[in-house]
Design a protein around this ligand. Structure first.
Ligand SMILES: [Zn+2]
Length: 519
């Protein structure tokens, strides 16, 4: 079974954005008590070995002899981000065609039979900025496993009958997604957030495009992206690195390098949002779901902000944080989660939460007020910061325990940010200061254009008289104080003040005028 991209996958929390758990928090506290946080890079360099084959294929070996298993994974820099509208959903359909007929196993089902002979558990996934394929096998089947993966990767046949079947499987996944009340909401939010480049974020894609796919389109994807110089091979687990490198050179060495796909088909920049937008969707739900999204940093353009973003999210999500106390413990929200999803081509920042219809306006107002507080000195205290850093170090170490998980983590970061980013991740996190967190919030969140979406029942919508215009005013710039409106730049502050005053009058949610709460 091929895993489908899910709602959860779009708000990836299993990579460094791991959510807080009681166990991990406790361990973090213990770790803090007994030992300083180890430098992650030094730890990783002990377990990770890397080589690049002459054809450009990177090979990473992560040794772990805990259990007699090995995971072999291939990551290709493909995914939604390469999709023009005519290809929306085809990175994922290609993924479905991977464990199918190829030159070595030319008959339908032969590939699957070979996998079961090897005792392999295999899967694949498609995300915004990577596609990966992996199998876990008994470590004494490693050679067979590498050969198996190479055959699928290098010589797919895209048999028309298999493509016809997988098209239906993917349409089935599409239908299943659609049966969730959140799917259409997420799609509509995505369209507002990414506008003309939505296909570059839309992993599940477009139903009509999927239906009309031909083997020729599959081959076009292969020729452009499935190149050794655009891929990574990871072997993790109970293996000997030197034998893996030798075998990799034999099995993948003949794979022909090609032109850099991102020179041949450059990924256009995401157009910046120019204004706030509101979106309302009615579904048969009891609670009200709120989702507010901004354009966050691009990892290869503003790397430091991505570290700040993750610490920032961790601190606000910590159950004992002021943010959670004000918003959730107060009863206004059932829950509120802050997330930054690290991507190379603009990662989204999302604040999502649930509340009841009668509390919605008060909850939104309190959220706006609290978001504006985070840039004030003293908002984050150092003890919280230390705990979050320790928790990241622990969850990162936990994630390395299982080789299959570790391989996926390595693959994600290799494709999105480059592996060096991952190697230094915990160390960079540990360097973040309250001032850097505030700078991140100022640069990407406070008074920045965003989309505010609300999902609620028809009745709640009618009772509240909520409009998209009202939602578009959430988080609008605060009215300027007389002092800051004073000198030189007369035109723009005046316009801002007018917009702010209007928003204040209608929504009555002007947080900027409130006195800050001192810690
Ligand atoms: Zn799928």
């Amino acid at each position: 079974m091929i895993r489908r991209p899910t709602r959860a996958a779009n708000v990836a929390t299993r990579f460094p954005g791991t959510a807080w758990t009681a166990g991990a928090a406790l361990l973090a506290a213990l770790l803090l008590a007994v030992a300083p946080v180890q430098a992650q890079r030094a730890d990783l360099e002990k377990v990770i070995r890397r080589q690049v084959l002459p054809n450009g294929l990177e090979v990473v070996v992560a040794e772990n002899h805990g259990v007699p298993l090995a995971t072999v994974e291939v990551v290709v820099r493909n995914g939604a981000f390469t999709q023009t509208p005519e290809y929306a959903g085809l990175a994922h359909l290609y993924e479905h065609m991977f464990f199918k007929a190829n030159d070595r196993y030319p008959e339908p089902e032969q590939t699957i039979e070979r996998a079961s002979q090897l005792g392999a558990v295999f899967n694949a996934s498609t995300r915004e900025e990577l596609v990966n394929y992996y199998l876990t096998i008994p470590s004494d089947s490693l050679v067979g496993g590498m050969d198996f993966l190479a055959a699928a990767l290098l010589s797919p046949r895209f048999l028309p009958e298999e493509l016809a079947r997988e098209r239906e499987v993917v349409i089935g996944e599409y239908d299943q997604n659609e049966s969730s009340p959140y799917f259409r909401f997420d799609q509509e939010m995505g369209q507002r957030l990414w506008t003309t480049q939505f296909s570059r974020k839309n992993t599940i894609g477009d139903r009509d495009v999927i239906r009309a796919t031909t083997p020729a389109k599959m081959r076009a994807i292969k020729d452009l992206y499935y190149l050794p110089n655009n891929s990574l091979l990871i072997v993790a687990g109970d293996v000997d690195p030197d034998s893996v490198f030798a075998r990799a050179a034999r099995v993948f060495g003949g794979w022909k390098r090609g032109p850099d796909p991102f020179v041949a088909a450059p990924v256009p920049p995401i157009p910046p949002l120019t204004r706030n937008e509101g979106y309302i969707r009615e579904e048969d739900v009891n609670l009200v779901s709120v989702q507010i999204q901004w354009h966050g940093p691009s990892v290869r353009k503003d790397e430091q902000a991505t570290f700040a973003a993750d610490v920032f999210s961790d601190l606000l999500n910590a159950p004992a944080s002021r943010f959670q106390k004000k918003l959730v413990d107060s009863g206004l929200w059932e829950g509120v989660v802050v997330n930054y999803y690290t991507l190379n081509n603009v990662g989204p920042i999302t604040i999502s939460g649930q509340t009841s219809p009668d509390k919605l306006r008060a909850a939104l107002k309190a959220l706006d007020a609290e978001v504006r507080e985070v840039v004030k000195p003293g908002y984050f205290n150092l003890a919280e910061l230390e705990a979050a850093k320790a928790e990241r170090a622990v969850s990162s170490a936990f994630g390395r325990e299982r080789s299959s998980e570790f391989a996926q983590t390595i693959g994600f970061w290799w494709s999105v940010s480059g592996l060096d980013y991952y190697m230094k991740y915990v160390d960079e996190m540990a360097r973040q200061s309250p001032a850097q967190l505030a700078a991140y919030a100022r640069k990407y969140i406070i008074d920045k254009p965003h989309v505010t979406g609300v999902l609620l029942s028809h009745d709640a919508h009618a009772q509240l008289g909520l409009t998209e215009d009202e939602l578009a005013r959430w988080g609008a710039p605060a009215p300027l104080s007389p002092r800051s409106a004073a000198p030189a730049a007369s035109r723009r502050p005046a316009a801002g003040a007018k917009a702010g005053a209007k928003a204040g009058a209608k929504a009555g949610a002007k947080a900027g005028a409130k006195p800050g709460v001192k810690p």
